[in-house]
Write a protein that binds this ligand. Structure first.
Ligand code: SF4
Length: 309
């Protein structure tokens, strides 16, 4: 016969060991397994018949100005601690990029931001406008922290041709827990719910925690100890992503905050030549074969290794 008192004790003991952290780790692991199961074909493709000339990057990130106004403790580009200088991409370089993507009839995601706040570049509306006109089939997406952002600017950037805007509102613990947006973001949301309802399907407001501990961000995350991680995981990013700095340096990964692993310089070379270069090829081979430890920016990285669209 089942002893109810003992059973209750057993359940209590199991639950006490099943901490949220373990649950979260388990969830991440299951997600990881599902992902790899689903992507067996993709792995085979990348290993055997991938040709970068035929398959352009799914995502191109461009930092037209490096500055950020956020104070997120998980990001090395946060305004309180960053050692990055405030650099601006010359407009000639922006034009060169747009022209080359136009010639390639680029159809992937073109994001004029990375570890920065895109609206701090006052040219962002005209950049989006140019990109829309010259690269009509790309998907233009921006992410902003919403600080100081005005609804008129948001409306105008969509008129210029932006497809999608995420407003990530980085909050303290209390407001994050209670799902309370900051004043400016709430005002944007009110506007979208009323006079600017035509933007509803294109703009997304997200509560984020300012001091969240995320992945190690290629070993750069200030609030995360990422020494000696050495994960034996594949990474698809060099097959799917390019990240451009204002000086034209091209990194293979958006987590490479300091552009340490440079694939080439876009001022000096064509984007397609960098994408099809020996250096990119070598890094693809290394990362599809799970050898993160062979690349400096990757050896302290715990990112799951795929790129969301
Ligand atoms: S292993 Fe990490 S740092 Fe390296 S390319 Fe992949 S996500 Fe970026």
């Amino acid at each position: 016969m089942i002893n109810i008192k003992n059973s209750k004790h057993l359940i209590k003991t199991i639950l006490s060991k099943f901490t949220f952290h373990r649950f979260y780790q388990g969830y991440k692991y299951i997600k990881f397994l599902i992902y790899y199961y689903k992507n067996k074909k993709k792995i085979n493709f990348y290993k055997s018949s991938y040709d970068p000339k035929e398959t352009l990057p799914k995502v191109i990130h461009v930092e037209t100005r490096t500055l950020c106004s956020g104070k997120c403790t998980f990001c090395a580009a946060n305004i309180l601690n960053t050692s990055r200088s405030d650099d601006l991409m010359h407009m000639e370089l922006v034009d060169k990029l747009i022209l080359e993507l136009s010639e390639l009839n680029y159809k992937g995601r073109l994001s004029f931001y990375n570890n920065n706040e895109p609206f701090l570049d006052k040219r962002i509306l005209s950049i989006i406008d140019k990109a829309r006109k010259k690269v009509p089939n790309c998907f233009l997406e921006l992410k902003s922290n919403g600080k100081g952002l005005k609804i008129e600017t948001v409306d105008n950037i969509f008129k210029s041709g932006l497809d999608c805007l995420y407003v990530n509102d980085y909050l303290d613990k209390e407001n994050y827990k209670n799902k309370i947006f900051s004043k400016n973001v709430q005002s944007l949301l009110n506007n979208v719910n009323n006079d600017y309802s035509h933007l509803k399907k294109k703009i997304f407001f997200i509560h984020r925690l300012e001091d969240q501990i995320l992945n190690s961000r290629a070993g750069t995350s200030p609030n995360r100890n990422s020494e000696n991680l050495s994960y034996k995981w594949r990474c698809f990013r060099p097959f799917e992503m390019m990240t451009l700095s204002p000086s034209g340096n091209v990194a293979m990964c958006s987590d490479d905050v300091y552009y340490d692993e440079v694939m080439g310089n876009f001022k000096e070379s064509k984007l397609i030549d960098i994408w099809t270069s020996e250096k990119y090829k070598k890094n693809r081979e290394i990362l599809i074969n799970k050898n993160r430890n062979l690349i400096n920016t990757c050896k302290n990285c715990d990112y799951i290794g795929y790129t969301l669209n």
